[in-house]
Design a protein. Structure first.
Length: 281
């Protein structure tokens, strides 16, 4: 594993904070969006795009790039902020998110937006797409890796488990699923609506390598991604335990903020809390 210095961890934590700040700002400006799941995925997104993945914003179609699929496409705000910050398109484009002629829409569109690998919408499809892409990469003798971010609500979709079975059968060791396990979905707690546990055992039964982490701990996220590269005979799932709406007190662990928009007053509170977390005055 590649060692992360404390200075680098602080840099990535700051990037994650910025992803939260900008995600909430653009959701407020647009008047629509899904803040809870964007905030819970901030550290994972930061580590992937700013530290781990092999990609080139100046050449989005580079054949040897790693691929990232946002299966939980409603968390597009975090993805768009990361893409803008890494240089796939100007940051000013974020201000036009959702407008008729803007390439940034509520759910990602691979045809319109540089850096987006899959058009999202219906939940559950990302892992199947990722498995196909990982298989194609191996057939073409490419060393690129495929990362798929999943939401815990979409674990209830049958296609997830069909894809898991296919990935296991074909020993797709270049495929890494990352579960944003915040235990809150559209209308309540996942454990109340359709319990997933014992989740790790289920994935092991499908012959996946399982790693469980705190999804808000930068070192744990990076170490898990590094460990996945050392697995050569099976796909890996990283079960990242997270908090819905992480970083904003009134959003945390609340299904209300799956798809709600903060008012101007609530935006000010969110900005104050996130700025205090970053040491801003």
């Amino acid at each position: 594993m590649n060692y992360l210095s404390e200075a680098r961890i602080l840099e990535l934590e700051e990037i994650a904070r910025q992803i939260r700040v900008e995600s909430i700002r653009i959701i407020h400006r647009r008047g629509s969006g899904h803040p809870g799941g964007a905030l819970s995925a901030a550290e994972i997104t930061a580590v992937l795009f700013f530290d781990k993945m092999k990609h080139d914003p100046t050449n989005p179609q580079w054949e040897d790039r790693d691929r990232f699929f946002l299966s939980k496409g409603h968390a597009s705000a975090a993805l768009y902020v990361a893409l803008a910050k890494t240089g796939y398109f100007p940051a000013e484009d974020l201000l036009n998110w959702g407008e008729l002629n803007c390439h940034l829409q509520g759910h990602p569109d691979r045809v319109k937006t540089p850096g987006v690998e899959m058009s999202a919408g219906p939940l559950g499809h990302g892992l199947a797409v990722g498995a196909g892409v990982a298989m194609a990469a191996r057939m073409n003798k490419k060393r690129c890796r495929t990362y798929v971010m999943l939401g815990d609500g979409e674990m209830q979709a049958g296609i997830i488990w069909e894809a898991a079975n296919v990935a296991s059968k074909y020993h797709l060791a270049n495929l890494v699923a990352i579960l944003d396990y915040n235990d809150v979905q559209l209308d309540g707690s996942v454990h109340d609506i359709m319990p997933l546990e014992p989740l790790a055992d289920k994935w092991r039964a499908f012959n996946w390598h399982v790693i469980e982490i705190n999804g808000h701990n930068i070192r744990q996220v990076r170490d898990a991604l590094d460990l996945a590269e050392e697995v050569h005979s099976q796909p890996t799932i990283i079960i990242a335990h997270t908090t819905k709406g992480k970083g904003v007190s009134y959003m945390e662990n609340s299904s209300k903020w799956h798809g709600a928009v903060p008012t101007a007053e609530q935006l000010d509170i969110a900005m104050r809390e996130l700025n205090e977390a970053g040491g801003a005055k």
